[in-house]
Design a protein around this ligand. Structure first.
Ligand code: ADP
Ligand code: MG
Length: 617
């Protein structure tokens, strides 16, 4: 007597099946993820039933687990689990009705106070049908955990419907056999299955065997609480996700419930791979939903400037069934990005506060990225500004200070945060631009890379204090005793006028300086918004920048300097020599500002001047 019952699918099923097969998923291999997730859910339900002690279980000693086997010759793939199994009615309800999730129903039946214990994956009720992307026929043999249950066989070729018949005495759990389509035979080899399982299901909590080999041995430690994870486990996990033999520099393991449910384990590698001249790196943070991989190296999870991070983000709020392309522009991803970025910034700020040495190492290695963030990410600019640090005239050589610390040290008569770009500390502190700060006891940030100027300029202010380039600061040396031989005011103005006439187009305005102490003269960029070096950098980036006219620098002379007072005398007694000295004085100032493009041009003049100096009296 045949007990085979033939059922047609629900009316809409053909349509839904079409959507699932042809457009819901972008990668066919996703069906493995879906079936393994179902098997893992079945195991999780069994674990839950057993731990609840709600009654006897068939084959109580059989551990929940998943086994995948392939038959190349027959072109079949079998995914078997020792999970909860299905009764006849459950088969009809769960596999005969699209968009019916037995898992969601199960979860509804779980008492409120035990919900948090379950780690179920499914809830949409369409994943199972992804099998038909690759299979011409699917056969399910299953036996429920309930002691009085029997085995059942369900089979379907997709479109038409399905049949159900008794299958005698089966072991507990479910076995799904896929007869692969001709164009999907690649899924009948252990190697391809192993690759796919490792990719998507490597962190499923139950053991998965493919062709006799246990695969998922690395655990999803991000889903555990911090206190339960051992240091070695972190190290091992990092080697796994980071592909890095060196231990990470920083680690952030956290979970959040609002506004999104997030579990994340993030690492900062000991070295920046990008700075090792390996070219631009891509973020290596994998996005999971309930331990199942949604997107490796997920795009858009973090802002670009955090692309050095490695690790895992897991969010239960992600729709597991949605394909990757659609994840990218979703509102959810933006929310996730915001939450993760803010959390990581908070972590860095705490680190800077609590472990300054570690933070200093981090900053030394990753400052480029923080600065890139300041320049490119207005949403996080304020938080990033707090993470910046620079060497300054008040720090020991090689040590850094934050803007907040700098601001705290500012004396009452200092209103602006000032920075000076120079190739190194000695050059900066010896530069004419530093003199006025030294004389007033004002601290100056010492920066050595053009990007720093752009970063500080972009910030514009910190803690309500304007940030300005040292050469743009409107400061004067406090009144001092007049120097011997110092030029009187009319003399100094007269000299300035003469210099303008003599030097012509090589200079803009010539002024008597209030900012110089030990240097005879200084040049200043005429553009109010730019420093000389910024202009130089812009010029090298774009040859003919519109709106960057070739302007001559302003020239300031120090009336207290002997060289200047002698120049004043010489312009009357030996105008020819004075003109040469004036040109040299300007070149010296340009040299010190880094603005002299071809110093060879002045060598002839120096030689001539030397000749005059050495002439026998
Ligand atoms: P979802 O997993 O989102 O609930 P699926 O279409 O993947 O939806 O699966 C539908 C239902 O079929 C599941 O909710 C579950 O009740 C049942 N099911 C699928 N595979 C198994 C399995 N291996 N063991 C037991 N039940 C299963
Ligand atoms: Mg599922």
């Amino acid at each position: 007597m045949s007990q085979t019952e033939t059922h047609t699918f629900q009316a809409e099923i053909q349509q839904v099946l079409d959507i699932v097969i042809h457009s819901l998923y972008t990668d066919r291999e996703i069906f493995v993820r879906e079936l393994v997730s179902n098997a893992a859910d079945a195991c999780e339900k069994l674990r839950f039933v057993q731990s609840g002690g709600t009654g006897p279980v068939h084959q109580p000693d059989v551990e929940p687990g998943i086994r995948i086997t392939t038959d190349d010759a027959a072109g079949t793939l079998t995914i078997a689990d020792t999970g909860i199994g299905m009764t006849r009615d459950e088969l009809v309800e769960n596999l005969g009705t699209i968009a019916h999730s037995g898992t969601r129903k199960f979860l509804r039946g779980v008492a409120e106070n035990r919900k948090a214990e379950t780690q179920l994956i499914g809830q949409f009720g369409v994943g199972f049908y992804s099998a038909f992307m690759v299979a011409k026929k699917v056969v399910v043999r299953t036996r429920s955990f309930q002691p009085d249950s029997a085995g059942w066989r369900w089979s379907s070729e997709g479109a038409g419907g399905y049949t159900i018949e008794p299958a005698g005495d089966l072991p507990r759990g479910t076995e799904i056999v896929l007869e692969l389509k001709d164009d999907a035979k690649e899924f009948a080899t252990p190697a391809s299955l192993e690759r796919i399982v490792r990719r998507y299901s490597n962190f499923v909590s139950f053991p998965i065997e493919v062709g006799g080999t246990r695969l998922n041995t690395v655990q999803a430690i991000w889903a555990r609480s911090k206190s339960e994870v051992k240091e070695e486990e972190y190290q091992e996990f990092y080697r796994y996700v980071g592909h890095d033999a060196e231990a990470p520099m920083l680690r952030l393991h956290f979970s959040a419930d609002a506004p999104l449910s997030i579990q994340a384990l993030l690492f900062v590698p000991a070295r920046s791979f990008e700075m090792l001249a390996m070219g631009r790196v891509d973020s290596e943070v994998n996005l999971h939903c309930r331990k199942v991989l949604i997107e490796p190296k997920a795009k858009g999870l973090f802002p670009d400037w955090l692309r050095f991070l490695k690790g895992v983000v897991d969010s239960e709020d992600l729709p597991l069934n949605v394909s990757r392309e659609r994840m990218q522009d979703s509102e959810l991803l933006k929310k996730l990005n915001r939450a993760l970025t803010n959390r990581f910034l908070k972590f860095l700020a705490e680190e800077a506060e609590k472990n300054p040495d570690t933070y200093a190492r981090f900053f030394a290695e990753y400052q480029r990225f923080i600065k890139e963030g300041v320049l490119s990410d207005p949403d996080h600019r304020d938080a990033l500004a707090k993470l910046l640090s620079f060497e300054s005239s008040a720090t020991e050589p090689g040590k850094h200070t934050s803007l907040a610390e700098y601001a705290k040290r500012m004396p009452a008569d200092q209103t602006e945060i000032c920075f000076l770009l120079a190739t190194n500390r000695e050059t900066a502190l010896g530069s004419p631009y530093y003199e006025v700060f030294q004389s007033r006891g004002h601290e100056v940030l010492l920066v050595s890379e053009p990007i720093d100027e752009f970063v500080l300029d972009r910030l514009h202010e910190f803690d309500g204090k304007k940030i300005v380039a040292a050469e743009k600061a409107d400061l004067s040396v406090p009144d001092a005793q007049p120097a011997e031989g110092q030029l009187s005011e009319p003399e100094a103005t007269g000299l300035a006028e003469w210099l303008k006439t003599t030097l012509g187009d090589a200079v803009g305005e010539v002024r008597v300086s209030k900012r110089l102490v030990g240097s005879p003269a200084v040049v200043l960029e005429a553009d109010r918004f730019m420093t000389a070096s910024m202009k130089r950098t812009l010029k090298t980036m774009q040859r003919d920048v519109e709106g960057l006219p070739e302007s001559a620098p302003e020239f300031e002379i120090n009336p207290r300097h002997a060289l200047v007072s002698r120049l004043e005398k010489a312009r009357h007694s030996d105008p020819d020599l004075a003109a040469k000295a004036a040109a040299q004085l300007l070149d010296n100032a340009r040299l010190s500002a880094g603005l002299l493009e071809d110093p060879r041009a002045m060598l002839g003049r120096i030689n001539e001047l030397l000749e005059r100096v050495l002439a026998p009296k």
